[in-house]
Write a protein that binds this ligand. Structure first.
Ligand code: SF4
Ligand code: MG
Length: 331
């Protein structure tokens, strides 16, 4: 089956004091129709920048896609004009973020904000739009949608606001939904409900989802495929079973070891020493994980590992594997 989304050699740079730094560095992956692809890694690994690149929502004048292709449903988004992008964004591809309060406009009612999306993309009367807004609120599990439709964001709980954001995101039945830490700001019970809702909608609408999270428990519950990112690069990519049962990259192994215990004693990711290098402080050569990696070898600071299949459908970028060692002339 043809992929719905194909990201090829994506490089996204940020301008810091006149110098370009790659926040996403040579990233390639695919999302197939109806697939849920998880993107994991600590903060600062380029997960959000990657999704903003796909959405063409990088902050203007600061972030830009330097090279690579983003092919969605057969069209290269990098080659589209702003007005062409506006027709696709919110309709065929949409996104939900961590904190719905910042994406909902506090001065407009829930109904107004839902109808705005509908008016932007569909030929629809005011009356129809209101009816559809109410139906959408109902479909994301909001009780008394006839009342909520006339309320303002601050009148709703965090969980309700995230449901509203989901309703807005799916209003035009997108083929791809990018969810960036959609439940991180919510308490655990509400988190579970929102994830369940997302999965339900994904199944009913035959939608593909890119789910960005630092929570591997969420990945295990939700995803088909997993991309592990570290410092702007993909370090491992495979199906969810292989990732949990046969992880190969030392970073993945550490992430798995850092899954919070059921009794809540272990802090998230607490077992990985050190921090992700900042954009302006990336090692020039070698593996970007070298200064934190328990398996690091002398060559890890000079040779840059390549992301390569170690078996069908399982890509790893680590010099512990022959496949990742660069040969002359091969990038
Ligand atoms: Fe560790 Fe070296 Fe593999 Fe990087 S390349 S993950 S430093 S062993
Ligand atoms: Mg982020």
């Amino acid at each position: 089956e043809a992929p719905l989304l194909e990201v090829k050699n994506l490089e996204t740079a940020f301008d810091i004091d006149g110098t370009d730094y790659n926040a996403v560095d040579n990233v390639s992956f695919q999302v197939k129709p109806r697939q849920i692809v998880g993107v994991v890694g600590e903060s600062g690994c380029g997960k959000s920048v990657m999704s903003l690149s796909i959405m063409q929502l990088l902050p203007k004048g600061i972030g830009k896609v330097k090279s690579g292709e983003i092919i969605f449903d057969g069209i290269n988004l990098e080659k589209m004009s702003e007005s062409q992008i506006n027709k696709i964004r919110g309709k065929d591809v949409s996104m939900i973020f961590q904190e719905p309060m910042t994406s909902l406009n506090p001065v407009f009612t829930i109904g107004y904000q839902l109808q705005e999306v509908l008016f932007n993309h569909l030929k629809i009367s005011k009356r129809e739009a209101r009816q559809k807004a109410i139906a959408l609120l109902k479909s994301v599990g909001i009780s008394r949608p006839e009342k909520i439709v006339d309320e303002y964001p601050h009148q709703l709980s965090g969980g309700m606001r995230q449901r509203v954001m989901i309703a807005i995101a799916i209003a035009c039945q997108p083929k791809l939904l990018i969810a960036d830490e959609p439940t991180t700001a919510l308490d655990v019970t509400v988190q579970a409900q929102i994830l369940e809702l997302l999965k339900e909608i994904q199944e009913v609408n035959d939608m593909s989802v890119i789910l960005i999270t630092h929570d591997l428990g969420v990945v295990a519950e939700m995803c088909d495929e997993v991309i592990v990112m570290y410092a702007g690069k993909i370090v491992e990519r495979t199906d969810v079973d292989t990732l949990f049962h046969n992880p190969k990259h030392p970073y993945t192994t550490l992430l798995l070891g850092a899954i919070p215990k059921m009794d809540g004693t272990e802090e998230r990711l607490s077992s990985i020493q050190g921090i992700v290098p900042s954009l302006t402080n990336m090692p020039k050569a070698g593996c970007r994980f070298a200064h934190r990696c328990p398996k690091a070898m002398p060559e890890c600071t000079t040779i840059t590992p390549l992301l390569r299949d170690i078996e069908q459908g399982h890509e790893v970028a680590c010099l512990l594997f022959e496949t990742s060692k660069p040969r002359e002339g091969v990038r």
